[in-house]
Write a protein that binds this ligand. Sequence first.
Ligand code: NAI
Length: 747
Amino acid sequence: MSNTPQHVSSSATDEVFTLEKRDDGIVILRFAVPGARQNTITADFADSFDRALDAIEHDTEVIGVVLISDTPGSFLAGADIGLFDQVESAAEVEGLSKRGQASFTRLSKLHVPVVAAIEGSCLGGGLELALACDVRIAAESRATTLGLPEVMLGLLPAGGGTQRLPRLVGIATALDLMLTGRKLRAMQAKKIGLVDSVVAPEALLLEAIRQARMAGKRSSTARASLLQRARDRVSGGLGGLTNAALEDNPAGRRVLFDQARKTLRAKTHGHYPAPERIIDVVATGYAQGIKAGYAAEARALGELALGAVSKALRHVYHATESLKKASFVARNVKPRAVGHAGVLGAGLMGAGIATVTVDKAGLPVRLKDVSDDGLARGMQQVRSFYDKRVAKKAMTQAAADRCLYQVTATTDYSGIGAADIVIEAVFEDLALKQSMLADVEAAADARGNPDCIFATNTSSLPIADIAAHAKRPENVIGLHYFSPVEKMPLLEIIATDKTSKKTIATAVAFGKAQGKTVIVVRDGPGFYTTRTLSPYLNEAARLLAEGASVRAIDEALVDYGFPVGPLTLLDEVGVDVGVKVGPILEAAFGERMAAPDASAKMIDAGYLGRKSGKGFYDYTAKKKQGGKRPVNAELATLLADDENGGPAPGAAEIVERCTLLFVNEAAHCLSERIIDDPMQGDIGAIFGLGFLPFTGGPFRYVDTVGVRRIVDRLQALAERHGPRFRPAPILKTMAQATSDSHQRFYP
Ligand code: NAI
């Protein structure tokens, strides 16, 4: 049989792998999971792969193999995550890992060279498959990404990846990839030696065939020299410990692993077991040999997959995936096409919104500010985003220039009235925002564009207030982005009673095109995110007034798993901005939202945070040894009379009071239907506010701790500290439920 596709099993019509044997003895091993847009490893995939290997092993005419995906834009995106949710024991998961390891080892031991031709996502098990090949060629295309993201799901690469990757690119580089889960583009992968060459997509197959014909099986000497070259190309990482001298001897490796553990602990505070196990398993492979490494890898996967943290992170993953698919409106409501966007205000947020609109959504943006200076600053923010991408080799200068040309600047309304959607990100001022809306409506009328959507990026003002005098309130919506927009994954969309379904559908599609995870919430003071964050931040300021130190408060919550402490966060946002929303929320919700006196005193004293040089911390002084920023020394005197004279609250109390107020307010939002379901609340809190990702979000946190316990603690705190701790109605109802399932937000 020559140059004709051959299914590896004659009976199967939905076989994942097909073999095409050419006259020159090269076998092209193609794979595509039937009906799937992304290839993932399922049970069928593994069976079909083993059958393909049987066929190749028994064919003595074969001189080389090219492994290539037949699914456009997808090489192989790793294991189907659903597999892990169905398993019942660690031993079962360990078995899955061992099976993968065995198949990949079989591939690596084929008698002929195997070339992986990679285009599209090559992630997790997909990259491990490629690592078991002799040569890897990647197509330079937007779709091509390589990485081992298992750590983000609380897992580890367990198809031999923890052992093969360090032996290909060096230990330090491999740890960096596995511990961050970051994805590389083709050129970045080439730079670290993860792929051998990068070609244009059209040339991928031919080049792979050419290399399969030329390449021999790689000897261990050839592998060692590849490793050396890879290390020579990379510098830095893990405090510069990447040199071969350290990696090539047991004592040096011990230093390297210890350093990696220390750096990791400082980041995770012990809440994430997966990265720790990754280091252990890599270390085992070096200390006891690769077989022991494989065994440790499989065992660790079993333990992690059944652990609470991986379950929570998988919950976040599934929730994110389901939000990606959600349209939030009835099926028959289709979004309007958006071909051109306008952004008002070229400040921090406006420039960020413009950047993601061009970069991710690929749409031209008209950016308006009041002054040329403002515009210049905003354009510089966009430019520096692209400069960094080019420097990281994530894109070429020509491609960056093409994007930059898509952002045009103006100080008047020219080009704004023709936009399909205009997002305002001017100062947080109701009258100003209302006048922007009127201007945009007039500009749209002048262009005969009545469908133009007016979106506001306000962080606190009710959208209905901004739309109070709108001619077309059905076109008005809140698009609440988070800072820095280029990085933060969440977009909170706020619909008023008057916002049309068409406007919601269009805004959702627009936000997704910008690469955001979108939640849609009801309008109300503080919406969902600002409202849940406020009592948490207020409580931190109260604890300060009760005698806890600035550092004790921030450290307690960071240690508990928040990405930054609440007082550092207030300094970043601006103490004035943080408390501005206080009166609005207090008017709506009463005492539980009242901002403490401490904040008002700080504003009076001019301690507004980083922007004014001093806030809770002192930004004018140099950082102390150990990289810690000094606390604002004058704060103690300023707040002295607030102290109640009792003992300062300790770490456990700080954590409990702040976290429970956050969780309780999230529950109030669900009771009042500000959010439709707990899932959106969990994702909004994690992706927008950094709420303890390892818990799976505030609602899943309640499920894990137990609603009765949460209610008991809130009631105890209410007796001691006041009614702001009274449990939300939904929590009380759940705590009184007799059946287990009614005491949980999730099944
Ligand atoms: P910013 O002060 O950096 O930028 C505001 C920009 O608006 C300035 O460049 C200013 O010149 C411009 N501007 C003022 N009046 C204008 C007008 N009439 N026409 C055109 N441009 C005008 O402020 P930032 O931080 O970007 O915030 C903007 C909005 O985004 C505010 O409503 C804020 O509450 C909201 N927001 C801010 C977040 C943050 O973390 N900074 C997060 C989420 C929302």
